[in-house]
Design a protein around this ligand. Structure first.
Ligand code: NG1
Ligand code: ZN
Length: 541
């Protein structure tokens, strides 16, 4: 390590005194103007991680669905996964070290992790469309370079595209070519082949309106659309040409406000979807003939996908297992439908895709989605083996195996990906001959409400049972239990957010009014028992 050079360059990316940040569920995220030192240091850390794993590491500069003024950074591990937990701790230590302690922390990490500093390092960098992202990604590169690392700057990419690049580079291109062209071709080829197998290929399946949150998804979908134009035409809205990123549009807005984005004209029964700011989340929706808005969230996406995959497995006649992984935010109706009607085992993990991804790896086919639309499906080698052996099978089984093969190619195995999920969904709807209303009608969501409560220190709330029960502060869970008892089909839980300084409250019940009341009452309990600050939560939304 050239400590002199590190000191010199670090001074050019100086840390504001006293600023403390945490590597949370989605890496570091805050106002862009506070992030320059974090970016430089994450460049250093990515180089160390690359030396340690002898693999390519990814660094993505984005703040996803946050407002345009924010930014953030996350590291991508060798197989496209989120950073290993011990390295998340190192990331936090390194980002928070005062200028004079930075070197010591860096040496500490290298020693603890037995990093061979002579080893080469290679880091790939991607960024979203935020005005601050270009300069910040340059700071990442400065960090990589000062540790003698090599880099490839992909420039503008969706978050899942960067995961894909990392995965390809570390699997000797067996998975795919680590270029945008490679990504577009792999996905589009699988999609077009799947669509060809649809018997009902009427025009109604062939067009889709996409709200791109004024973000990177618009640019990349526009680059990609001609690769699959023969099978699907996409009409892009909120493409960044005028509106602000994530402002009144995008998957997070649509899901949390349960209303359509601005800037999109929706005719009745038209199929529409929204991406978030870095294109790793997707939700669908439509207006019915009476003008009512219907949201189809991550839970219903998981239901569509897992039921289709289960049918294919039955078709092949193989005893491969399939499981669905959700979080506490999954709508109660979805869990019930999956378990009782579809007879698919459902598991609940803590919030954050790394937890879901980990659990999903336990199955031959693991489908995981957060209710907010972030998810994918993972396939074990046993499934791939089965497909390889399908040559000997009878015609019908061979066809199912072929479909499964294309579906595997179409899913981004490295991460939840709005573009890839969109194409999977479009293919399944076409293959099953399902309209958006028929898909929506699989089950009816229980009315629900999510709220935020400001408290002095959100860490006073600790949870258990995949965040569905509060352990501390004393009395809070008992209070929630008593409130829940007052309503029908009700459920409520609270947890500290990993990305915002708030406590999140979730409630569902048999009517919207009840869900709203319950959420409000639980908010008051949090405010009283967990050190609420500012104004007491008010009823009404
Ligand atoms: P937090 O802020 O920890 O609730 C949010 C989402 C997560 C996940 C992360 C990362 C909800 C309720 N929470 O986490 O699901 O997507 O952001 O972006 O949607
Ligand atoms: Zn995102």
């Amino acid at each position: 390590m050239d400590l002199g050079a590190i000191t010199k360059y670090s001074a050019l990316h100086a840390k504001p005194n006293g600023l403390i940040l945490q590597y949370g569920t989605a890496g570091f995220r805050t106002k862009a103007e506070h992030l320059d030192h974090v970016m430089f240091r994450m460049g250093l850390l990515a180089a160390l991680r690359s030396k340690q794993t002898k693999s390519t590491i990814g660094v993505m500069v984005t703040a996803s669905h946050n407002p345009e003024e924010d930014n953030g950074v996350k590291l991508v591990d060798p197989l496209g996964e989120m950073l290993a937990p011990s390295w998340e701790e190192h990331a936090t230590c390194l980002a928070n070290a005062e200028e004079q302690d930075m070197q010591t922390v860096l040496i500490d990490i290298s020693e603890k992790e037995a990093v061979n500093l002579q080893q080469d390092a290679f880091v790939v960098v991607g960024r979203d469309t935020r005005p601050s992202s270009e300069k910040l990604s340059q700071s990442v590169i400065d960090g990589v370079t000062v540790l003698g690392g090599q880099f490839h700057d992909y420039g503008l990419l969706t978050t899942p595209q960067l995961h894909y690049m990392v995965y390809c580079r570390n699997t000797g291109s067996r998975y795919g070519k680590a270029t945008l062209e490679g990504y577009y071709q792999k996905l589009s080829k699988a999609f077009v082949e799947l669509i060809k197998q649809a018997s009902c290929s009427g025009d109604e399946y062939r067009s889709l309106k996409v709200d791109c949150a004024n973000g990177i998804g618009a640019l990349k979908l526009r680059e990609m659309e001609h690769y699959f134009a023969q099978a699907l035409s996409v009409q892009l809205f909120n493409d960044g040409s005028k509106g602000k990123l994530n402002h009144l549009c995008g998957a997070d807005f649509v899901k949390s406000h349960q209303k359509p984005p601005q800037g999109m004209e929706i005719k009745s029964n038209e199929r529409c979807c929204s991406f978030d700011g870095d294109a790793d989340r997707i939700v669908y929706y439509y207006h019915d003939a009476d003008g009512h808005f219907h949201l189809i969230d991550g839970d219903k996406i998981a239901t569509l996908i897992s039921s289709f995959l289960k049918e294919l497995l039955v078709e092949i006649g193989e005893s491969l297992n399939i499981g669905v992984v959700q979080t506490a935010y999954a709508n109660g109706s979805s869990t019930r439908y999956l378990e009782e009607v579809m007879k698919v085992p459902v598991y609940c993990t803590k919030t954050g895709v790394k937890h879901l991804h980990h659990k999903a790896q336990e199955f031959d086919i693991g489908v995981y989605f957060e209710a907010n639309g972030h998810g994918t499906a993972l396939f074990s080698t046993a499934v791939e083996m089965k497909i390889k052996q399908s040559e000997q099978l009878e015609e019908k089984k061979r066809k199912a195996a072929k479909m499964l093969e294309n579906i595997i190619d179409l899913f981004n195995q490295a991460a939840g990906d709005a573009i890839s999920d969109m194409l999977v969904i479009e293919a399944i709807l076409a293959l099953k001959g399902l309209t958006v209303q028929q898909w929506d009608a699989l089950y009816t969501d229980l009315p629900n409400r999510q709220l935020k409560v400001q408290v002095a220190d959100r860490r006073v709330i600790s949870t258990t049972n995949a965040e569905r029960q509060a352990v501390t502060p004393p009395g809070l869970q008992e209070a929630i239990n008593d409130l829940v008892k007052k309503y029908k089909l009700s459920r409520a839980f609270v947890r500290p957010s990993g990305t915002e300084d708030v406590v999140r409250v979730y409630a569902e019940a048999d009517s919207q009014e009840s869900a709203d009341h319950l959420a409000h009452e639980v908010s008051l309990a949090v405010f009283q028992l967990a050190g609420g600050i500012g104004e007491r939560p008010q009823p009404g939304f």
